[in-house]
Ligand binder design. Structure first.
Ligand code: BYC
Length: 319
């Protein structure tokens, strides 16, 4: 990236940084360094793909939700995630790359999505854990991204955050209800927390010292807070929520530190994190194969929609 910046006009670069420092949003037609554009293409597309692939673990439970009420809520939540993917693909398209290209990069394994979605969801309690922990972690990250320097990304985040806070509550409600139930239901809730706790902490990315993009992204205010700071905010919020309903996070070293005003925790298993990112998590292959199949199956819908749009355009031209 340093090399790419060396190729940029230093005056334009200084003006660009001054805009960022003055909290003026960068808009699609504004001048921007190529490295800024590329960094956004990478991060927003990763974010969009996460929303879309993230529907799969929950989709697994639509036909088996335990009541009509819970099924309706779950379906609405999954539709919201699809909508988030669409807002984000639209924001990403303003950077001059087509949606087809983004999807091709995903299918070729060139674009990432959040590692947390490569874990299975074998029980109903997983719907609770995903909403409470995965959406909960996503909100912490996304509230911060509402102030990101790129206008279309920041505006997409505002709407997404409103919906995510409903998702987090939906998940916590499932967990709280299970904890009021039978011994088997309480065990199911604890087991889901045990399996989703560490992957949720991994959502915030590597430690700041190992984060390849953080320092430049923070300078350009693409990221407003560091991976470790956001992770700590999530931990501090979530451990008391677990305790309130009788759950315990799977970490013997988790304890409140009155001096720092934060919880202390064990370190994450980073080998597991990198291994999942490299494609070797429990569900990576299945998630990608499912997306490729759904994309192929939907080809006729896209073609029909395009033909209809062209016909409408032609009618308008004739009129
Ligand atoms: N998983 O330099 P770093 C949702 C990669 S969905 C996979 O710190 P950065 C929901 C990173 O990409 C919304 N990869 O990167 C949906 C980079 O690799 P590349 C989820 C990860 O970008 C359905 C390398 O590691 N939220 O809420 O500065 C149901 C070095 O990392 C991960 C988002 O997607 C990871 N966890 O910071 C329920 C947030 N972490 O690109 C819920 C959007 C790191 O150089 N993304 N990597 O090949 C971000 O905010 C930032 O990209 C991150 C990482 C904080 C994740």
């Amino acid at each position: 990236m340093a090399h790419e910046l060396e190729n940029e006009d230093p005056i334009k670069l200084a003006e660009f940084q001054a805009k960022i420092d003055a909290e003026i949003k960068i808009e699609p037609k504004d001048w921007m360094p190529e490295a800024y554009r590329q960094n956004l293409i990478r991060q927003i597309s990763q974010h969009a793909h996460s929303e879309v692939i993230g529907m799969q673990p929950e989709g697994n439970w639509v036909s088996r939700a335990p009541s009509l009420r819970s099924k309706k809520i779950l379906m609405a939540k999954i539709q919201d995630e699809a909508g988030h993917g669409l807002y984000l693909y639209c924001a990403a398209e303003t950077l001059g790359v087509s949606r087809d290209q983004y999807i091709q990069w995903l299918h070729e394994g060139k674009a990432k999505y959040a590692s947390v979605f490569n874990y299975p969801s074998p029980t109903w309690a997983d719907m609770g854990a995903i909403g409470w922990l995965v959406d909960g972690a996503a909100i912490v990250n996304q509230v911060s991204l509402q102030r990101t320097s790129y206008g279309p990304y920041a505006r997409a985040m505002v709407r997404i955050c409103m919906e995510e806070s409903f998702h987090q509550r939906q998940g916590y409600e499932i967990m709280a209800r299970l904890m009021e139930g039978s011994e088997a239901q309480r065990k199911m809730a604890q087991d889901a927390l045990d399996r989703w706790w560490w992957p949720s902490l991994m959502m915030f990315g590597p430690h700041d010292s190992d984060s390849a993009h953080s320092s430049q992204s923070m300078k350009w205010k693409i990221k407003r807070e560091s991976n470790d700071d956001l992770r700590q905010q999530f931990i501090d919020k979530t451990i008391p929520q677990a305790e309130l309903i009788g759950l315990k996070v799977p970490d013997e070293n988790a304890k409140w530190n009155a001096e720092t005003n934060h919880y202390e925790t064990s370190d994450i298993d980073w080998d597991e994190f990198w291994n999942v990112i490299k494609g070797n998590g429990p569900c990576n292959r299945h998630r990608l194969a499912h997306h490729i199949k759904a994309h192929k199956d939907g080809e006729w819908v896209r073609a029909a929609a395009q033909a209809f749009a062209m016909k409408q355009n032609n009618k308008l031209k004739i009129a």
